[in-house]
Structure formats: structure tokens, C-alpha cells
Design a protein around this ligand. Structure first.
Ligand code: HMG
Ligand code: MG
Length: 288
């Protein structure tokens, strides 16, 4: 039987959060719907973050309200704190994600607190989500490299992963935020994290700055990971991570997984249409 691998589509969130011009809410909704039509079953739609920090995600509730929800698709959102969770819950997000880091400097730049403070802040989100029956994913940024601190020790990643798991995150997504990870260092990082977290609870989140994301995905596949974050059209970047280029493109990940014999459930033709549309949004933002 063909083995399954799952795409976790982050384009509408990680892909669009960094765009210089404001993208119309209707276009974001159309992108999410096209991704659902392509067979993606886990779609990160938006972020309930501070609009002062990330203006591009200020229409989070409107986007969630406008999408045509397909049965069997989980529509999720980032929530940095309890306020974010409450907004996401009111807007009907199926799942949420807290996002921390393995680098102190990046944690401060991105969410304005230390790693320890971030974990304290996530506690009430996990408690409220548990009470509401909403699954929580935990991101860890800078799992191999930080734009401010350089290489990150695998043990630092493993420690944050252990804590997020203990708090109740159902899945930990390991983010090579600036796409500087090499296959060797990704493997060393995974080796440390796998001491703390069962492989079926891990996802790989690779940015493609140096063109190594697909190689790093193969390293993660060899370690047993089967969930990969990606953005249609290869859009992306983090406003608080200088040098972070796009996420690995969903269409490239799907093509590679299919070539390796995995079943993803994604229709490559329909995904190509969504990817073209996503790239067009980027272009219109740049010219505006
Ligand atoms: P802060 O300024 O320290 O927050 O920001 P605060 O608690 O002091 O609140 C300041 C103001 O923001 C208050 O409003 C709050 O109500 C408001 P005021 O009283 O001044 O009018 N506020 C909010 N408003 C709406 N929704 C909220 C919210 N929280 C506070 N949830 C905070 C701290 C975490 C809020 C801020 O730093 C923030 O929003 N950061 C988000 C940055 C971000 O979105 N980064 C990109 C996503 S992470 C990423 O891309 C990496 C990833 O892809 C993985 C990888 O690649 O590695 C996930
Ligand atoms: Mg990212």
C-alpha cells in the first residue's frame, strides 16, 4: 500500500503575512478555497496576532468568515496569546497554533518576550483550547539557524519541543525560518528532538532561501516525519526574520513526494492553478 504524507498548507498565512502591499480579503478567501479544491486538508488560513505588528493579517476574522468550508478540511490560525485564541475561536477556526522559538533573540523580535515567557503565555491558550476542544499545534522557529544568533544547538530545540508537547500541543512544527539549514544539521536537530517527541507528532517547516528545502524534507522523511508545511507558489517569509525567503513551494513538495511514491491526496493540476493565483497576488502587491 502506498504510504501517506500530508501537506500542511501555510500559504495564506506564512505566504501572505510578509507581503508589502495589502492583499484584498476576497483574494485571500479565493486562495484558501482554491487550495481546498486542490485536495489540501490542512490549511493555515490566517493569524490572530496584533494588527500593529502584522497589518497584513488584520482581516483574519473576515477571511475565516468568507471561505467555503469543505468537509474534512481543517482551517487553522496562529494565536500568540489568549486574546488571539479568543478571537480565533469566535471566528470559527478549527485548530490553532502557538509559535515559539529555539532562539532567544528571535523570540524577542517576533513575539516580544523570552522563550520562558512565551511558554507561560501559551499555557492559557492551551487551557482554553482544551476546554473548547480545539487542537493546538506548536511551532518552533529557528530550529537550525537564527538571523541574529547564527547556528542554534539541537538541544535548545529539543527542550522547547519537550515543553510544548508536555503543555498539550498535538503536533510540533519544526521551522527552519530563514532557510539556512543543511541536511546534516537538520538531521542532527531531528535526532535530538526525536529523543523527546514521537515522530508522528512532528512536522517539518522549511523555507527555501538556499534551495535546500526539498533535500531537508528528504532527511526528515528518512527520520520518519510525514507532515510537511509548504506554501503554494513558494510565497513567504517572516516580517521579523530578515533574510527569510519563501516557504518551500507546495507544488514542489507534492511533486517530490509523488515521485518518491507517497500519496498526498493533492491534485497537482489544481494545485498549480492555486500556486499561479498565489504568485499573481504577490506580483500585484509588489506593483501596488
Ligand atoms: P506586545 O506589543 O508585547 O503585546 O506584542 P501586548 O500584550 O503588550 O499588547 C499590545 C497591544 O496589542 C494591546 O493593544 C493588545 O490588546 C494588542 P492596545 O491596548 O495597545 O490597544 N494585542 C492584540 N491584538 C489583537 N490580537 C492579539 C493581540 N495581542 C495583543 N492576539 C504580540 C506581543 C505577541 C501580540 C506581538 O508581538 C505579535 O502579534 N507578534 C506576532 C508576530 C508574527 O505574527 N510573526 C509572524 C508569525 S511567526 C512565523 O512566521 C514563523 C513560523 O512560520 C515558523 C517558522 O518559519 O519558523 C510560524
Ligand atoms: Mg515560516
Amino acid at each position: 500500500m502506498t504510504e501517506r504524507a500530508t501537506l500542511f498548507e501555510v500559504g495564506p498565512r506564512d505566504g501572505l503575512q510578509n507581503e508589502p502591499g495589502l492583499i484584498a480579503t476576497a483574494d485571500k478567501i479565493r486562495l484558501v478555497d482554491m487550495l481546498g479544491d486542490a485536495g489540501l486538508t490542512r490549511i493555515e488560513v490566517t493569524s490572530f496576532v496584533s494588527p500593529a505588528w502584522v497589518p497584513q493579517m488584520a482581516d483574519a476574522a473576515e477571511v475565516l468568515a468568507g471561505i467555503a468550508r469543505r468537509p474534512g478540511v481543517s482551517y487553522s490560525a496562529l494565536t500568540p496569546n489568549l486574546k488571539g485564541f479568543q478571537r480565533a475561536e469566535a471566528a470559527g477556526a478549527d485548530a490553532v497554533a502557538v509559535f515559539g522559538a529555539a532562539s532567544e533573540s528571535f523570540s524577542r523580535k517576533n513575539i516580544n518576550c523570552s522563550i520562558a515567557e512565551s511558554l507561560e503565555r501559551f499555557g492559557p491558550v492551551l487551557d482554553a483550547a482544551r476546554a473548547a476542544g480545539v487542537p493546538v499545534r506548536g511551532y518552533i522557529s529557528c530550529v537550525t539557524d537564527c538571523p541574529f544568533e547564527g547556528h542554534i544547538a539541537p538541544a535548545a530545540v529539543a527542550q522547547v519541543a519537550r515543553e510544548l508537547l508536555a503543555m498539550g500541543c498535538h503536533e510540533i512544527s519544526l521551522g527552519d525560518t530563514i532557510g539556512q539549514g543543511t541536511p546534516g544539521r537538520v538531521d542532527a536537530m531531528l535526532s535530538a528532538v526525536l529523543e523527546e517527541v514521537p515522530v508522528e507528532r512532528l512536522a517539518g517547516h522549511f523555507h527555501d532561501t538556499n534551495g535546500r528545502a526539498l533535500d531537508n524534507i528528504e532527511v526528515a522523511l528518512a527520520r520518519g516525519l510525514r507532515v510537511f508545511d509548504a506554501a503554494a507558489g513558494g510565497l513567504g517569509g517572516c516580517p521579523y526574520a530578515p533574510g527569510a525567503a519563501g516557504n518551500v513551494a507546495s507544488e514542489a513538495v507534492v511533486a517530490r513526494l509523488h515521485a518518491l511514491g507517497y500519496d498526498t491526496g493533492v491534485d497537482e493540476g489544481r494545485l498549480a492553478l492555486a500556486a499561479d493565483f498565489a504568485r499573481g497576488l504577490k506580483t500585484s502587491a509588489e506593483v501596488s
